[in-house]
Design a binder for this molecule. Structure first.
Ligand code: ADP
Ligand code: ZN
Length: 727
């Protein structure tokens, strides 16, 4: 065998691969997971490429792990992600590698003592033999750890026949979903849409590996309750029939047991779920099952995008417009956009589903880059809810309350009819602001530029940005006033209190993402609501989305104006989407639904579009405004956030960046200016915005600019966010 050198990518914030010599007797392929010495430590890494050559100048690969290699399409995704986001390649790899590294039990080959003693007994080998006695089966890693040796020593003993490898029995992670388990009778429109999707899946599968293969992106644009889920299930059935795997991505919390059950009703078994709540053995087994192909369908949060599928034949991005798909810490990527890239590398169609598609996606449809199937009506001839505005100027709530008499009346009528109502306020906590009514002192976070939010159940004032919490004091820290501290404005807890006062005899459930009990409790409560075990549901945006509550006929939006006043140019689009989603919870069952939106500005374009149901007009105007301003998707945008423990240091580095910006034609650099949140977790933040034409190679420009600037010193950090969500 000729000498080989491996380029190893290590999942740390490092931008390049490192060269290592490959031991002559170590079989190694691209994608293999290996251990390598780096500085004083052993690290995990992935073989990014291999070449012939003398490795005399390099350190040597310590060993290879007996786990499935990272598939080529996933390695390409890592490269692409790093290029696009400007994140270090190693950080991008870390997203895809978290699991096998932390879960050595994924090794499915066990070893046991079998054959004759080795010809040569080194001290390391002696320790292995000792550890291996007793007839037990160990994974290679366990045995190596027990003996304090590298896995290579175990491999040597296997080669000599002293140790024997045996396949460890693994229970199936998931039954195979059956595409024909319970096929629904689709409506005419649904069937037409399903046929388009299924044909795309089948065509892509047949084109596998051929040049000019197709991997279309298809938007399923359907009003709430139109059967989008039912329709994309048919595409999943098609992938299963082709023997390929499918991935359903959903924004975090939408991944309820209700969804998994619904999948099971259609396919006879649940899909494998993948999110932060899946841990330990289960996580490993899903992972190996995905790699072996045994797991056919995964439903997951955004991290599922990086699973090592053996043959991915379809990606569904449900609720594609959701802001939760944007990762804003570390590697800043948009899950939908990366799903499209992965689809290209896997030769798999990508389905985007939404009742309120993002402007980006709509424009891509207009440009002919995506295709679209439409479901403009609810299934079964059900009507969309009637939406009415409650003009708070004319019909104000009583002093110290938040529900107008009109809304209270509707709530009474609905609950008395035995139907469910949802009160929606997108604000966690009891009150968004706490102040002293004697001196006007407002409680703000010591680490962030933000007000503290009162949370009654925690009996504390809490910062939503850094988690800082303090008790509500008895006296005002500014003026010493006694009993002068008052909550100002409503949060969801305060609405719950009002509902309890008005309807003490009704069953109420309050849902907010920050309540104790985590995802598990939320899932149970969502299931309870769907089962009709509540009369009034009070919640933040996590009840707004994707859920199917058949007995819910009334939605009351407490404050339709929240978000409209923010300076973010996407505020209108987001508010519109959220209000459409939440009002769409009403009337999904057999009974018609109604929604009431409390507002001070019923004539605002967002509210007006919602009331008239003329979404197209709203989107047309928003899109035109974006185009006129050269904003995405008509222009390109990136944000550079400079932060430091010291304000002056952050600002100075921001200035230094601006000085060497040298924007070429078509590129504009704005700032530095204080970031929208000027202080978070004790770090001062300045922002530079890069606006560029669509033709600009934004990544190239940013990369050269950062190189010119040089590495920041001291506590200064620069974070790059390509396609920022708020701008
Ligand atoms: P969407 O995803 O567009 O909000 P869903 O797929 O959740 O819509 O469908 C809304 C409701 O209508 C669900 O309860 C679903 O089971 C039902 N439904 C939709 N299509 C059909 C169908 N063809 N046959 C029976 N029920 C259907
Ligand atoms: Zn804070």
């Amino acid at each position: 065998m000729t000498a080989r050198v491996a380029e190893i990518l290590i999942p740390l914030a490092l931008d390049q691969t490192y060269s290592y010599a490959v031991p002559e007797d170590l079989p190694l392929a691209e994608g293999d997971l290996v251990a390598v010495p780096l500085g004083p430590r052993e690290r995990y890494g992935v073989v990014w490429s291999l070449r012939h050559g003398a490795g005399d100048n390099f350190k040597t690969v310590s060993g290879r792990f007996d786990v499935p290699p990272m598939p080529a399409a996933l390695r390409r995704l890592v490269d692409w992600l790093a290029w696009y986001t400007l994140a270090p390649k190693g950080s991008a790899l870390a997203l895809a590698l978290k699991v096998p590294v932390d879960a050595p039990e994924t090794i499915r080959i066990g070893v046991r003592l079998a054959g004759p003693p080795p010809k040569r007994v080194t001290p390391a080998r002696a320790r292995v033999l000792e550890a291996a006695t007793g007839g037990l089966v160990h994974t290679k890693r366990q045995l190596a750890d027990a003996a304090g040796v590298g896995v290579g020593v175990i491999d040597g003993l296997v080669d000599e026949g002293t140790l024997e490898t045996v396949a460890l029995r693994a229970e199936p992670v998931a039954e195979r979903p059956d595409p024909d388990f319970a096929r629904p009778a689709l409506s005419e429109r649904q069937r037409a849409a399903a046929e388009v999707l299924a044909a795309a899946v089948a065509t892509a599968a047949q084109d596998q590996g051929s040049a000019g293969s197709r991997h279309p992106v298809i938007l399923v644009d359907g009003v709430t309750g139109s059967g989008k889920t039912e329709v994309y299930f048919e595409a999943i059935a098609a992938a299963l029939r082709m023997g390929r795997q499918a991935l359903i991505l959903a924004p975090e919390i939408a991944l309820t047991s209700a969804f998994l059950d619904r999948f099971a009703e259609r396919f006879g078994t649940r899909p494998a779920a993948w999110h932060s709540g899946v841990s330990g053995r289960r996580r490993e087994r899903v992972l190996t099952g995905v790699a072996s192909g045994e797991v056919a369908v995964v439903a997951g949060a955004r991290s599922a995008l990086f699973l090592p599928f053996r043959d991915l034949g379809l990606i569904v991005v449900d609720e594609e417009h959701e802001a939760a798909y944007k990762q804003e810490d570390g590697v800043c990527y948009h899950t939908r956009d990366m799903a499209i890239v992965r689809g290209r590398f896997e030769n798999a169609p990508v389905i985007l589903a939404s009742a309120t598609p993002s402007i980006e996606t709509r424009v891509n449809v207009q440009r002919g880059r995506f295709s679209r199937v439409a479901l403009p009506e609810r299934f079964g001839g059900r009507a969309l809810p009637d939406i009415e505005a409650v003009d708070l100027r004319r019909d104000p709530p009583e002093r110290g309350t938040w529900m107008s008499p009109r809304l209270v009346e509707e709530l009474r009528r609905t609950t008395e009819a035995g139907e469910q109502a949802l009160l929606f306020l997108n604000r966690r906590g009891y009150a968004p602001l706490t102040l002293c009514r004697a001196c006007g002192h407002r409680f703000s976070c010591p680490n962030c530029s933000a007000w503290l939010v009162e949370h009654r159940f925690r009996r504390a004032l809490v910062c939503h940005h850094c988690g800082h919490a303090e008790r509500v004091p008895e006296t005002c820290p500014a003026c010493g006033g006694v009993e002068t501290i008052v909550p100002c404005g409503p949060g969801v807890e305060r609405i719950a209190e009002e509902a309890a006062r008005l309807f003490p005899e009704k069953r109420r459930i309050v849902l907010s993402s920050d309540f104790p009990g985590g995802t598990e409790r939320l899932r149970n409560e969502l299931a309870a609501i769907a089962a009709g075990e509540a009369d009034i549901v009070i919640g933040t945006q996590l009840v707004a989305k994707g859920h199917n509550f058949p007995n819910m006929t009334l939605v009351g939006v407490l404050d339709g104006d929240i978000g409209l006043t923010s300076g973010d140019p996407r505020a209108a689009e987001r508010t519109f989407q959220l209000l459409q989603q939440v009002t769409g919870r009403a009337g999904r069952g057999t009974k018609p639904g109604r929604a009431f939106v409390q507002t001070y500005q019923p004539d605002h374009p967002v509210i007006a579009a919602l009331l008239s149901g003329d979404a197209e007009r709203f989107y047309r105007e928003e899109t035109a405004a974006r185009e006129a301003a050269g904003m995405p998707p008509f222009g390109r945008l990136a944000a550079l956030i400079v932060s430091a423990a010291d304000r002056a240091e952050a600002e100075a580095f921001g200035r230094a960046l601006a000085r060497v910006a040298e924007p070429p034609p078509g590129v504009m650099v704005l700032g530095p200016a204080e970031a929208p949140l000027a202080l978070i977790r004790g770090r001062y933040r300045f922002r530079l915005l890069v606006k560029a034409s669509r033709e600009t190679n934004l990544q190239d420009y940013l990369r050269h600019w950062l190189i010119r600037t040089g590495k920041p010193r001291g506590s200064v950090r620069v974070a790059v966010d390509v396609d920022p969500m708020s701008f």
